[in-house]
Write a protein that binds this ligand. Structure first.
Ligand code: BMA
Length: 323
C-alpha cells in the first residue's frame, strides 16, 4: 500500500474493527450498527447526521436529534469509547453574537472541528430558509453563535481545520428551500469567520450515484496527497432520492482544485437500518475520526434519517482507490 502522511494528531483510541474476513470493501460497517438509536433522548424521534470529536479523555459530539414535534434540534453527547453515547436531554441553546444576523431556530446536519483555540460547530440553520449556521464552544456546555455565513439557501457547510492562504476556508452547497434537485460544492474564504467571499466552484454532480447533487461530508483530513474529503452523492430513482457517499482529494493550498474523485461509491444504503426509516435509502456522513500514525478512520453517518451508524476505512486505501 502507498505510504502517505496525515497532518493530524494521533488518536489511538478511536473505535475500530478490522475489515471482516472475506470482505473486499474499502469502507466496512461496524458489526454493532446502529451505534445510536432513535430514542437516545427522552423526546427524540430520530438521531442521525451527527458529528463527533475527541474530547478530554473520550469523545464529545453535536447530534441532530429531531424531537417528537419533528423539530430539528442539536444536542451535545459524550462517550468514553465513541460507541456508547449519552446524549444531553436538553437541546443546545446558543448565545448569539448578533441576534439579527443569526440566532437559533431549528438546526440540522452539524459538523464539529477543533480550529486554533476552540471547537467550532457548523450546521444547517433554518431561519427564513436553510443557510449555514456557525458557532463555537470551549467546553461543550456553553455555546456561542456567530452570524450566519450566507443568506438562504445553502446547506452542507464544512470548515477546513486550518487557515488556507491566510484565510478561514469553507465548503458549502447552494440549494433551494425544498429538497433541492441540484447541488454542487463551492469553496469560500473569510478573514474573520464572519464575512465570507471569494466563492469558487469545486465540483459538480455528475452521473450514477452522484447524478442529482453532491455535498461535503466530514471535516476534510489533510494528507500528503491532498485534503481527503468524504462527500455524499444523490441519485434520483423512481422511488425518490438515494444518498450514498464517496471521497475526493482536493489540492492542499488551492482546495477548489479536485485532484481525484470517486467513480464508484464507497458506501451506499444496503442494510435494513439504511434502507428503512423516516427517509429510506440514506447514508449521510458528517464526521470522521482519524488516527494519523496508522491512517485508521472511523466514519459516523446518518442512516435513513433515523439512526446513526459507524463505518471504518484506512486513509491510504481510500486514496489509492481514488488515484
Ligand atoms: C437532505 C438533508 C439531510 C437528510 C437528507 C435526506 O436534504 O436534509 O439532513 O438526511 O436530505 O432526507
Amino acid at each position: 500500500m502507498m505510504s502517505i502522511e496525515i497532518f493530524a494528531p494521533a488518536l489511538p483510541s478511536i473505535p475500530w474493527q478490522e475489515r471482516p474476513a472475506g470482505s473486499r470493501e474499502t469502507v466496512w460497517r461496524y458489526s454493532g450498527n446502529p451505534v445510536i438509536g432513535r430514542d437516545a433522548t427522552p423526546t427524540s424521534n430520530s438521531v442521525f447526521n451527527s458529528a463527533v470529536v475527541p474530547f478530554r479523555d473520550g469523545f464529545a459530539g453535536v447530534f441532530r436529534a429531531d424531537d417528537r414535534r419533528r423539530y430539528m434540534q442539536l444536542h451535545t453527547g459524550f462517550s468514553k469509547d465513541g460507541i456508547d453515547w449519552e446524549l444531553t436531554p436538553e437541546p443546545i441553546r446558543f448565545l448569539p453574537e448578533c441576534p439579527s444576523a443569526g440566532s437559533f431556530t431549528q438546526g440540522y446536519d452539524p459538523r464539529v472541528l477543533w480550529l486554533e483555540d476552540r471547537w467550532y460547530v457548523i450546521w444547517c440553520n433554518c431561519v427564513n430558509g436553510p443557510t449555514i449556521g456557525l458557532g463555537y464552544t470551549f467546553d461543550f456546555k456553553e455555546f456561542h453563535q456567530l452570524p450566519n455565513a450566507f443568506p438562504p439557501f445553502n446547506r452542507n457547510g464544512v470548515l477546513f481545520p486550518r487557515k488556507i492562504g491566510g484565510k478561514y476556508a469553507m465548503l458549502n452547497r447552494p440549494s433551494d428551500n425544498g429538497h433541492t434537485p441540484f447541488g454542487d460544492i463551492f469553496y469560500c474564504e473569510s478573514p474573520d469567520l464572519r464575512h465570507w467571499g471569494y466563492h469558487r466552484h469545486v465540483m459538480s454532480a455528475t452521473d450514477g450515484w452522484q447524478a442529482t447533487k453532491i455535498g461535503a461530508g466530514p471535516i476534510p483530513i489533510e494528507t500528503s496527497e491532498g485534503w481527503l474529503l468524504f462527500y455524499h452523492g444523490v441519485l434520483t430513482s423512481c422511488n425518490g432520492f438515494v444518498y450514498s457517499f464517496g471521497a475526493a482529494l482536493l489540492d492542499r493550498e488551492e482546495p477548489w482544485k479536485v485532484l481525484a474523485r470517486s467513480k464508484e461509491y464507497l458506501l451506499a444504503p444496503r442494510e435494513l437500518y439504511e434502507c428503512v426509516g423516516d427517509v429510506p435509502n440514506v447514508t449521510f456522513p458528517c464526521a470522521a475520526l482519524c488516527d494519523a500514525p496508522t491512517g485508521r478512520i472511523a466514519l459516523y453517518y446518518g442512516c435513513a434519517d433515523s439512526v446513526t451508524g459507524l463505518a471504518f476505512c484506512r486513509a491510504d486505501e481510500v486514496i489509492a482507490r481514488l488515484l
